[in-house]
Design a protein around this ligand. Sequence first.
Ligand code: SF4
Ligand code: SF4
Length: 426
Amino acid sequence: MQSNQPFIPVTPMSKARSTFHVLAKPIGPICNLDCDYCFYLKKEKELYPGVRDFKMSDETLETFVKSYIQSQPPGITEINFAWQGGEPTLMGVDFFRRAVELQKKHLRPGQRFTNALQTNGTRLDDEWCEFLREHGFLVGISIDGPEEFHDKYRPDKGGKGSFKKVMQGLRLLQKHRVEFNTLTVVQEDNGKHPLEIYRFLRDECQSDFVQFIPIVEGVGKGMVSTRSVGKRQYGEFLVEIFEEWRKNDIGRVYVQLFEVLLGIAAGYPSSLCVHKKTCGRAVALEHNGDLYSCDHFVYPKDLVGNINKEPMGELMETDQQRKFGNDKSDALPDYCKRCEFLDYCNGGCPAHRHIETPDGDPGLNYLCEGYKVIYAHADPYLKAIARTVQLGLPPQNYEQFMPGATPAAPAKSIKSKRKKKRPGPR
Ligand code: SF4
Ligand code: SF4
């Protein structure tokens, strides 16, 4: 569609062929912190030079809510809205009150919606928490470990560490019984202290849903920035945490990557795009309605269109977006195709595929070495845990299914408290 006129939705709204997920950035890249590795802060200048007002308008918000709901294919009953930034709380509570109002307005019979808000937590107060609790938002708090690790790369605009304010926000969420999880960026520094980081998240933050995101900042010719996590370091970091988790926390703490791998070991496709064969069903929405192929690919070449001009369902089915998703598999190097861990890995995220294979082919994932370390270590445990769960036994009883184990290991009494699958991107 070439016109610059606003798109006026007509019924029936074009539907996508399969379900998709949108990560919405209602305040664009604007944030009250100045985290060193936030790639979104740079976008402000690169993508929207001269733009001062990054707030999503009420018209764009309603178009988004309506078209996101109506573009879902038949049979999709739960629609998850994920709000991110920048720092989405800079939009104010009223923006999200309005979002919920519009969600209710446009919901169809038999459908329900959920909301997930990713925040640095520093602006949360009682009013925010009351709202989040009342409307059942799941809140993701970005925290990189105890103060000395968190503050190293997450200063505020004045250069001061943000840890204390993040913890204040987290305590308020707990006080108001808002459901939350933690998202921890793994970099060269906290990557040296896996147990300290994990135990802090589990014991101090009382997070029972833990996500780790490796920071990989390519700086050309297969090199990465000095603050990026080391390729092998990432695997070793995960192995140490895996050991702690399998000994003490299975069924009690949901470590996202381990649960994803467990699902794969049980024979299911990956629930995380990073380890799926193809991707392209998780798009990023900018404040002005621009839709990009993925949160990790918000570049001019990855602009799929604008939801104020074209139906979201059609944008999801463009050749460009389909190619983006299929490239994950089509561009996989032969080295990966021959890999014994291909089912777990599928080559990882294309955003991290910038080194050469030992055969000299391009497109190998920077984290490959670390991935192999964790897959090789976790594989026998994952298979044993998967077998235990499939037999309806408590997952903590997996040891009897380990290679070489005697079959009748004593049952443990801890009941599995497996978390329901969290709403969220990908
Ligand atoms: S695998 Fe990477 S590129 Fe593909 S959707 Fe996920 S984050 Fe985006
Ligand atoms: S572990 Fe390495 S070689 Fe194997 S699929 Fe993953 S990135 Fe490719």
